[in-house]
Ligand binder design. Structure first.
Ligand SMILES: [Zn+2]
Length: 125
């Protein structure tokens, strides 16, 4: 993609799967994606990275998505069928130290290693 992400973090978010700060080249990924298929995570990462190339959801944005992730429309439709839940994660995080966090780090590492280069490795939770 030839895009450099300076920083990325996993956060709990109530309404969004991911967000992107274009000026700071920073991407936030919803912790909830750890429960979704890996392809959903990849879709969100690509979507947010494309925002580093194009801020708006316009025809340029769509063209980038088509180029980088040709099946993105199906992935988006699938993810939109899944609600962004939040409350049950709080409970899980309190009762289990490692399980909610480590799988998503492993998955992001895999997704990032598979498709993207020069991604900063700073993680905070
Ligand atoms: Zn967007």
């Amino acid at each position: 993609m030839n895009v450099k992400v300076e920083d990325w973090q996993v956060k709990q978010m109530k309404t969004k799967w991911g967000s992107c700060n274009i000026e700071k080249k920073r991407i936030w990924i919803n912790l909830e994606l750890a429960k979704k298929p890996e392809r959903s995570l990849e879709y969100i990462i690509v979507h947010e990275m494309v925002h580093l190339l194009e801020r708006h959801h316009n025809h340029r944005f769509v063209a980038y998505m088509d180029a980088f992730l040709p099946n993105w429309k199906a992935l988006k439709a699938e993810l939109n069928r899944l609600p962004v839940s939040y409350v049950d994660w709080e409970i899980e995080c309190q009762t289990s130290q490692s399980s909610p966090v480590s799988p998503i780090f492993a998955r992001i590492g895999k997704a990032v290693g598979k498709g993207f280069h020069q991604v900063a490795t700073f993680i905070s939770y």
